[in-house]
Ligand binder design. Structure first.
Ligand SMILES: [Zn+2]
Length: 276
């Protein structure tokens, strides 16, 4: 055996030094918790699926996702405001076709149960600025917001004012954003539902890659039929973003976790259990 052949054989045995191991592909990611962030009943599901199931109600889940990384905690979405937990009848919608939310426990109490204070959260990223996703942003006044510039600059309904408190620390970007710089947690731009809507890819060691939808899609049937809710900000962008997600799912061999799909949420394990 020549020396080169011997070296090659040795490399096959012990692995090439430039080949990263599975663990090194996801350096700092440790675990992901799914937190209960409300539940609701959509009054007329055809508001989300134009012309389909007109007048029918549908149960919605509302989740928040808490990610532990060696560099710190990231909270993805903050759910319906904790104050709703104190309302006996929940929060009725202004329009009966929309969602009636209730909260049986607060986000703060679930963090407390995990031994985490709001000030321990390094980053808060929201998929978009609808009230069922930004309800508790103010609880994390010291956390760095990670948000698309297009969403941050989108004037609020009604008064046209800002969507976030101007004093809240923020990192604004346009497009994708590698949160910890190691490829384990990446925000991806998926506009359409709102101008600066975003989704999240989390590459877990054992579970593999998971794509958190935000509201790029609301439930499985709409996903499979690529339906666009009538109230989305931009229909063409919505369809393009669903296609982008579909392409990423294939490329990353990822699961799609749809935030409001209650049937799917019921099949997943909630905090204090976790995925790693
Ligand atoms: Zn939503």
């Amino acid at each position: 055996m020549t020396r080169i052949a011997f070296a090659f054989g040795l490399a096959l045995l012990i692995g090439f030094p430039w080949q990263s191991s599975h663990a090194q592909d996801k350096p700092g990611i440790e675990r992901l918790y799914i937190l209960y962030c409300a539940d609701g009943v959509a009054g007329d599901i055809s508001y989300w699926s134009p012309g389909v199931n007109v007048g029918k109600t549908m149960d919605f889940s509302v989740n928040c996702y808490l990610i532990k990384h060696a560099q710190g905690w990231l909270l993805w979405d903050t759910g319906v405001a904790d104050a709703v937990a104190a309302m006996p009848g929940g929060l009725p919608p202004t329009n009966p076709r929309l969602t009636h939310y209730r909260r049986t426990k607060t986000l703060a109490s679930q963090l407390d149960q995990l031994g985490i204070k709001p000030s321990d959260i390094k980053y808060v990223a929201v998929s978009h600025t609808h009230p069922d996703h930004v309800g508790n942003v103010a609880l994390f006044s010291q956390s760095m917001l990670l948000v698309q510039k297009a969403e941050y600059d989108w004037p609020a309904l009604g008064n046209g004012g800002p969507r976030f408190k101007p004093e809240h620390p923020v990192t604004k970007f346009e497009g994708d954003h590698d949160v910890f710089g190691d490829g384990s947690v990446t925000i991806i731009s998926t506009p359409g539902h709102t101008p600066g809507h975003q989704s999240l890819i989390v590459k877990l060691r054992k579970t593999g890659a998971v794509l958190l939808s935000g509201d790029a899609v609301h439930f499985k049937d709409n996903w499979e039929n690529r339906r666009v809710p009538e109230f989305n900000a931009n229909r063409d962008q919505s369809i393009a973003s669903m296609q982008r997600i579909a392409d990423i799912l294939v490329k990353e061999k990822a699961q799609l976790w749809i935030n409001h799909d209650k049937v799917q949420t019921d099949s997943l394990k909630m905090a204090p259990a976790y995925y790693d």
